[in-house]
Design a protein around this ligand. Structure first.
Ligand code: FES
Length: 330
């Protein structure tokens, strides 16, 4: 029995080999990553993502979209975004079959909830990636689910052949809008009447996320789950009325007090003090920096923690105490 897991270093990083790159749809490539020595990879659950270290100081998060039951590979899908910050372009242009790439071990802030009710998966464009992994799990357990995939047209649909092969036709619904959301899926109508015990998961670009958020606002607490690619524009730190005044973080185990300067993130202050706080997205999207706190009135600015989690944790890359003081469980 091979119990050696691909050098899941204590650093949380592993070096993988690019085994295959496929054009999945217009401007979308999938990258299949394997251990160079064929060892099994660290397990992941549907909804997980990995950090991909594209170049020094260029780290991006991509959802794992293959079946979580697979241990021999990770597959990510990457949409080339000409107006993005350069990560997807660099991957499309530079990464080649046979290259080695450093990735983080999987992290998950978008897990499937336990339950036997119906699951609705709602994907906008490249938002299909985490939802495809969920569909693998739901299909394997014969769960009641439907996957709605919204795209501009058939040329923009990634993984179509694969999904058609594993998901029954009645579960899979494609909605094409030709570039005008008004011609696409009527999200409001779809989500108008939540069924008892059902859960909704959605992921996609900003306008799609906002439409899903509005249409599901009346769903019961805890039944709606989403993952953002980037912080919604209206809530970017630069434009939001976020309080970034100076504050103090106390380390519970040592009593050390760390002053966080105005304009500095709490995560930066902790790192500057030599504390082991990992960061990745710096936007409250990935959960890498999540820290447990023992007291403090936190101004939560993340996009991943629900109300329950926020009573215990916060993401110091974007969040800080309103009260001026927080005690960290470190
Ligand atoms: S670094 Fe990603 S949530 Fe803080």
């Amino acid at each position: 029995m091979n119990t050696t897991i691909a050098h899941a270093a204590s650093s949380g990083r592993i070096e993988l080999l690019v085994r295959q790159i496929r054009m999945e749809a217009k401007d979308i490539h999938s990258y299949e990553l394997i251990d160079p020595d064929g060892r099994p990879l660290p397990a992941f659950a549907a909804g997980a993502h990995i950090d991909v270290h594209i170049a020094p100081n260029l780290i991006r998060q991509y959802s794992l979209c293959n079946d979580p039951a697979e241990r021999h590979r990770y597959v990510i899908g990457v949409l080339r975004d000409e107006r993005g910050r350069g990560g997807s372009k660099a991957l499309h242009e530079r990464l080649r079959v046979g290259d080695r790439v450093t990735v983080g071990t999987p992290r998950n802030s978008f897990e499937l909830a336990a339950g036997s009710g119906k699951t609705i998966l709602l994907a906008g464009g490249i938002g299909i990636t985490p939802l495809k992994a969920m569909a693998h799990v739901l299909e394997a357990s014969s769960a009641d689910f439907e996957l709605h995939y919204c795209a501009r047209g058939p040329e923009s649909v990634a993984f179509q052949a694969e999904m058609t092969a594993f998901a029954p036709g009645e579960c899979l619904h494609y909605h094409f809008d030709g570039g005008n959301p008004a011609n696409g899926l009527d999200i409001e109508a779809l989500l108008a009447r939540p069924v008892d015990g059902s859960h909704l998961y959605y992921c996609g670009p900003a306008g799609f996320m906002e439409a899903c958020r509005k249409a599901s606002a009346h769903w019961p607490a805890g039944s709606v789950h989403c993952e953002h690619f980037k912080a919604p524009a209206a809530a970017q730190p630069s434009t939001n009325a976020r309080d970034d005044s100076a504050c103090v973080a106390e380390i519970a185990s040592t009593g050390q007090k760390i002053v966080v300067r105005q304009g500095q993130s709490l995560a930066e202050a902790l790192q500057a003090a030599g504390l082991p706080v990992e960061t990745s997205c710096q936007s409250g999207l990935c959960g890498a920096c999540k820290v447990r706190y023992l007291c403090g009135d936190i101004d939560h600015q993340d996009y991943i923690l629900d109300d329950d989690a926020r009573r215990e944790f916060f993401t110091p890359c974007v969040s800080r105490p309103r009260s001026g003081m927080v005690v960290l469980d470190l």
